[in-house]
Design a protein around this ligand. Structure first.
Ligand code: AMP
Ligand code: MG
Length: 419
């Protein structure tokens, strides 16, 4: 049986929960999923490495020349004056010199060609005089010049990538350079998403009276369109506690994570809250963050559950602040390229209430001196999706921050690599 009146399970009922507290509770309660897939390396961009990659090779495999020129043993280098050496043969990349090497000789060598033992030095062709099968070298050279030593980049047995690495194109090139063509990556995270509300219509429908188009599910579908996530679209669920519970319970059997939007606040029509209150597994929080104050978090069946607020900007802000770190935890990502934080001067006044974190939307750019500046995208209402669409960055006004005047420094998180 489902109660229709929400009971009071709000923690921090008297006040608001600081965002960092909410985030640390979320992360503490999320498991990292198990299971992996073996894939060809070129299909692993944006996936999480599941194994340690240990090199079975030295890179470079052989000591080789970094220049087009002449290879020789360093004992032939003159400490003063000029020395003549006979050119005994030719070494090319992929076609090593096969003969024996003799004292007072050198080899013509091209970039990437192996140096025969015991040669240890290469001299740029621009630095020698050539004449009748001989070269003349002067005393400007040192032992080991212009040579890439075997194992200089990577030693055989060295761990080059550790589990939990979020794989990037250079990593994939690196794997190939070690002769590895398949690797184990963590299986994709299965995320079910839903919009809730009787007033919500899909963009291909004609909204009834008072109806609005569903933007949240599309923002989420797009934000979750990543190689490491498999999205299950639950569509729009009507505002009926039994239906909501049934659909969430179904998803809780196969999904790792369920994300819904709407219905988590304290209004008359907050059906998601009504549906889940009795499950005992979902907490309803009021968080000291604007936008995004109401947030539900917990478990449904086997899945973690996020009930995001209904307002379209609040959805994206809570996605950034709470869901993105949660995805990383569940995917076991421990090492990924950073999304930078930039300190910029605000070009205008930014109003901020004390006692909460405000995540405003801004346009980050550089002034004529090349210094970072940020301006707001204008009206910051949590339903104004234009404020988010025009933005290229969040302006983060921390809990203890007060309003900012034009020219003040503020913390900015560019969207690059985030959405
Ligand atoms: P709620 O928390 O369900 O009362 O929703 C708060 C506000 O967000 C209301 O104005 C809703 O109409 C709006 N809203 C809820 N879900 C969506 C959605 N999927 N797309 C656009 N707006 C929504
Ligand atoms: Mg609603």
């Amino acid at each position: 049986m489902i109660k229709t009146q929400p009971s009071c399970t709000d923690i921090f009922e008297s006040g608001l929960m600081p965002c960092e507290v909410a985030l640390s509770r979320i992360l503490a309660n999320l498991p990292t999923i198990n299971g992996y897939q073996r894939l060809p390396i070129e299909k692993t961009r944006g996936r999480t490495l599941y194994e340690a990659i240990v090199s079975t090779l030295n890179v470079p495999a052989q000591t080789n020349s970094a220049v087009d020129g002449y290879a020789l043993h360093s004992s032939e280098l003159p400490s003063e004056g000029i020395k003549r050496l006979a050119v005994k043969g030719l070494a090319l990349a992929g076609t090593p010199y096969q003969g024996a090497v003799e004292p007072s000789t050198c080899l013509r060598i091209m970039t990437g060609a192996a140096l025969p033992k015991p040669f240890d030095t290469a001299i740029m062709q621009e630095h020698v005089e050539t004449e009748d099968g001989f070269i003349a070298i002067d005393n400007r050279h040192k032992a080991g010049d212009n040579v890439r030593r075997a194992g200089e980049d990577i030693k055989q047995g060295e761990t080059v990538l550790a589990p939990g690495r979020y794989l990037t194109p250079p990593d994939i090139g690196l794997l190939a350079s070690l002769g590895i063509n398949e690797i184990n990556v963590r299986r994709p995270l299965v995320v079910a998403i839903a919009s809730t509300g009787n007033e919500i219509f899909a963009p291909f429908e004609t909204p009834g009276e008072g109806g609005i188009y569903d933007s949240n599910r599309y923002s989420l579908l797009a934000a979750l369109d990543r190689p490491d996530i498999e999205v299950v679209d639950l569509g729009i669920i009507e505002d009926d506690p039994d239906t909501l519970l049934k659909r969430f319970n179904e998803a809780g059997r196969y999904a790792d994570l369920i994300i819904s939007s709407g219905g988590v606040s304290v209004g008359e029509a907050d059906f998601t809250k009504t549906a889940l209150l009795n499950s005992g597994q979902v907490d309803f929080w009021k968080i000291a963050i604007k936008p995004g104050r109401p947030l539900a978090f917990g478990r449904i069946g086997n899945a973690a559950f996020f009930g995001l607020p209904g307002n379209p900007v609040a959805v994206l802000v809570t996605f950034y602040y709470f869901v993105l770190p949660a995805l990383e935890k569940m995917l076991g990502i421990v090492d990924k390229p950073i999304t930078p934080t930039i300190i910029a001067r605000t070009t205008e006044k930014l109003r901020k209430k004390p006692g909460r974190t405000e995540i405003q939307r801004g346009i980050l750019s550089r002034d004529q001196d090349g210094d970072w500046i940020v301006r707001t995208t204008g009206k910051q209402g949590s339903g104004i999706l234009m404020s988010m669409s025009k933005a290229n960055a969040f302006i983060i006004l921390n809990h203890q921050d007060t309003s900012k005047s034009a020219g003040d420094w503020v913390t900015v998180r560019p969207f690059c690599g985030m959405f």
